[in-house]
Ligand binder design. Structure first.
Ligand code: ADP
Ligand code: MG
Ligand code: ZN
Length: 645
């Protein structure tokens, strides 16, 4: 196999036998620069692009982690146009393939794509051209974009590649959005896993895997699936193994914030709509939703809420290719402002400024990475309330690590103090390879100090000190756990929302909890007529707003006092909340002792929100009563919690 050999032109790039790919001292450096300028019309490299390109030209296996919009495509497109041979790019999404092929053709680069939609006659022609190379007068194909399905299903593609390989004309496999390989990640695609076959069939053809998200768990998994050797650092690489590059993952133009999501579906839509109209009227955005059904409901209701001012579109795995293409075009042309999507949308897409809820921090980071790719300031908003936890855990309960990832997400959402950048850095730097410093400026890439400073632009950095209050919630926690234990002892089941209502002395009417306005406040029967939870026995109801109590319940889940329990029905998996074993550490104490400050102390931070004016007009006495209005008439959130969403 004619492998390009690397001869560093100065000693500088080889230090104690280690190769510094990030340097410009390679013999092919002039050719690289010439292609950057003449073919791609660019003047400088960004981030770690140059290093990745050097390692690629040197024929190495590579893993490259660079933020979305950072310029990963160039790292394989430039080496592909240098020298002879075919680069095969595996990419998960048709729209993304179309975009790249169109772009390359405009630059005059010979490239083709082969997907499920490519006709037989087109395929015949492409295979013919691949086999003949440049011998028939045609220009040699430099890049061939394929879907992973094509690789795993088409014997003809594989046999053509084998032919090319025998002739030494198969240069490289590129795996774009490589995190899709790992089941431990948030975007697993089964056909990506089958890419294991590439190293088996073509052991000497280099593989370049690029992505914007890899964690400590997904990186080893990726190496295993792609059968790549152990990683070696791109700035001081050994002569064997997989060369690893990572660029700063934090993008300063992204403004992260978590906004409280109202409890009923109507107000949640109104809150999102108002936020969009205030901050980004007429601009582009994506709202990530949790299910296909949600994308439809949110799109329709936002449109109605805004009297058509917010032009919405929907996008999910169930939408046909033609329709998807239509939405992409409409979105680019501004005929659609807001796309309500499941994560199926937007791998590698170039637009976006609104965000919704995500199942894991990795997912959230990846999804928000689609915002502001032009470098302009963009908002990445998470509309969140504690209740969402139940819905999310019913979606993640089957995933490997689903619950620990969800906990990370909840911790992020509930955290009103830690800078969002610092929080991301902590999460991703759990890996030795993605050091915390990867979140700082490019020049700190080489330093191993690992200090990560606050961003100064996220909600937590900008939050005035007096807008959050930390309260001692030991007594409230004791009461909550007592009620949860009573419910469990009596064989009842409660959702987070039910439990919130119960401890506030309100009826929720679910799962055998019989409620009603009349009679003694706080007396509730469970399981039909059989059981009761008498709030007087636990020292009376808790006077806290619905928002605060839900925040507290989620806090208690994160502290491990409460936990999720799952019950599968024929239609869905329901999530209930139960006291965990450590709850007794608190509940074995007497209320008097707790009130006297003995034993454990629990604190929780709440948002200090101004009193809700509209509701206090009704002249009700406590905020507990006011909130009772929220509970009438089967609101959207309850529906979600019952798994019918
Ligand atoms: P990614 O795949 O990492 O999300 P892309 O490869 O799609 O990002 O690149 C995003 C944008 O950045 C593209 O418009 C591309 O042309 C541009 N870009 C890439 N590299 C450079 C560079 N060195 N200088 C200027 N623009 C660049
Ligand atoms: Mg990309
Ligand atoms: Zn910050």
């Amino acid at each position: 196999l004619p492998k390009p050999t690397i001869v560093p032109s100065t000693k500088a790039s080889v230090q104690s036998g280690l190769i510094d790919y990030q340097s410009s001292n390679f013999i092919f450096a002039p050719q690289v620069m010439q292609n950057l300028k003449n073919t791609f019309h660019l003047n400088h490299f960004r981030l770690c692009q140059e290093g990745v390109i050097n390692a690629a030209v040197d024929g190495r296996d590579i893993v490259c982690v660079m933020p979305t919009g950072g310029g990963k495509s160039l790292t394989y497109q430039l080496p592909a146009v240098m020298g002879r041979g075919l680069t095969v790019v595996i990419s998960p999404l048709l729209a993304l393939i179309w975009d790249q092929v169109r772009g390359l053709k405009e630059l005059g680069v010979e490239c083709v794509m082969m997907t499920g939609a490519t006709s037989t006659s087109e395929q015949n022609e492409i295979y013919e051209r691949m086999r003949n190379g440049s011998s028939t007068g045609n220009k040699e194909i430099r890049l061939c974009y394929v879907t992973p399905e094509k690789v795993s299903k088409s014997k003809r593609l594989i046999s053509t590649l084998e032919k090319l390989n025998e002739g030494g004309r198969l240069r490289r496999f590129v795996i774009d959005e490589a995190h899709c390989c790992s089941q431990l990640g948030h975007d697993f695609r089964p056909d990506y896993k089958k890419l294991s076959m590439l190293k088996t069939l073509f052991p000497r053809v280099p593989i370049q895997a690029v992505t914007a998200t890899l964690s400590s768990k997904t990186l080893p998994d990726l190496l295993k699936i792609l059968r790549l050797g152990p990683i070696t650092d791109g700035r001081a690489a050994k002569s064997t193994g997989t060369v690893f590059f990572s660029a700063p993952l934090f993008r300063p133009n992204l403004h992260y914030k978590v906004l409280p999501k109202p409890s009923n579906a109507k107000s949640a839509i109104a809150a999102m709509g108002a936020w969009i109209q205030k901050n980004h009227p007429g601009q582009s955005g994506i709202i990530y939703c949790l299910s296909k059904k949600d994308t439809e409901t949110v799109a329709e209701e936002l449109r109605e809420w805004s009297n058509g001012d917010i032009k919405t579109g929907i996008y999910h795995a169930g939408i046909g290719d033609y329709e998807k293409e239509r939405i992409h075009v409409g979105w680019r042309q501004g005929k659609v402002n807001v796309i309500c999507a499941t994560i199926a949308f937007g791998l590698g897409i170039d637009k976006g400024d609104v965000r919704y809820m995500s199942k894991s921090l990795e997912g959230y980071y990846q999804e928000t990475g689609r915002a502001g790719r032009d470098g302009q300031d963009s908002d990445c908003v998470l509309f969140y309330r504690g209740q969402d936890a139940a819905r999310l855990s019913s979606l993640t309960y089957g995933d490997v690590d689903g619950s620990s990832k969800l906990q990370e997400m909840l911790r992020f959402a509930q955290d009103l103090r830690t800078c969002r950048k610092v929080a991301f850095a902590k999460y991703f730097s759990a890996s030795a390879h993605l050091s915390a410093s990867a979140w700082d400026a490019p020049d700190s890439l080489s330093s191993s100090s690992g200090s990560t400073s606050s961003c100064g632009i996220c909600d937590n950095c900008l939050r005035p000190a007096d807008s959050i209050i930390t309260k001692d919630v030991t007594i409230e926690t004791w009461k909550i756990l007592k009620v949860a234990q009573a419910v469990e002892r009596d064989g009842g089941r409660v959702t987070l929302a039910n439990l919130a209502d119960l401890v506030r002395g309100l009826g929720g009417g679910l799962f055998g909890v019989v409620g009603g306005g009349e009679g003694k406040k706080g007396k509730r029967k469970l399981n039909g007529e059989k059981e009761k939870v008498d709030l007087e026995e636990v020292g009376g109801k808790i006077t806290m707003s619905k928002d605060d109590i839900e925040a507290l319940l989620t806090h208690l889940i994160l502290l491990g006092y409460l936990s999720d329990s799952y019950h599968a029905t024929a239609f869905s998996v329901n999530v209930y909340i139960k006291p965990s074993d450590s709850a007794v550490r608190l509940t074995r104490l007497r209320l008097e002792d707790i009130q006297a400050g003995k034993g454990i102390q629990i604190e929780c931070t709440f948002l200090a929100i101004e009193p809700r004016m509209a509701k206090s007009k009704k002249g009700k006495k406590s905020d507990t009563d006011e909130d009772a209005d929220d509970d009438g008439g089967g609101d959207g959130v309850d529906k979600l919690e019952r798994g019918k969403g």
